[in-house]
Design a protein. Structure first.
Length: 82
């Protein structure tokens, strides 16, 4: 069994704005993936505080130290916008 980090619906080109899959016609979440997965043409892969979903939020692991450009082991990518 392989582990695939980026193959969730959030990174799939078939995900519509209302969190529905245009291939299967069902509501999905970030934990779903399938064999019809089509990677979005361009993902932002710039791991630092500026692109972290936790930056300046309640789940930031280093709120007193976090600054733009910094990277920590708790980095969580922000949602890609189409």
């Amino acid at each position: 069994m392989s582990i695939r980090i980026g193959n969730s619906c959030i990174n799939c080109d078939n995900l519509l704005e209302n969190e529905n899959c245009k291939v299967h016609g069902v509501k999905v979440s970030t934990s779903y993936t399938c064999d019809s997965f089509e990677m979005k043409a361009a993902l932002k892969n710039d791991p630092n505080c500026d692109t972290c979903a936790r930056y300046q939020g309640p789940t930031c692991a280093n709120p007193q130290k976090a600054t733009p450009g910094m990277l920590c082991s708790h980095w969580a990518p922000q949602n890609a916008t189409a």
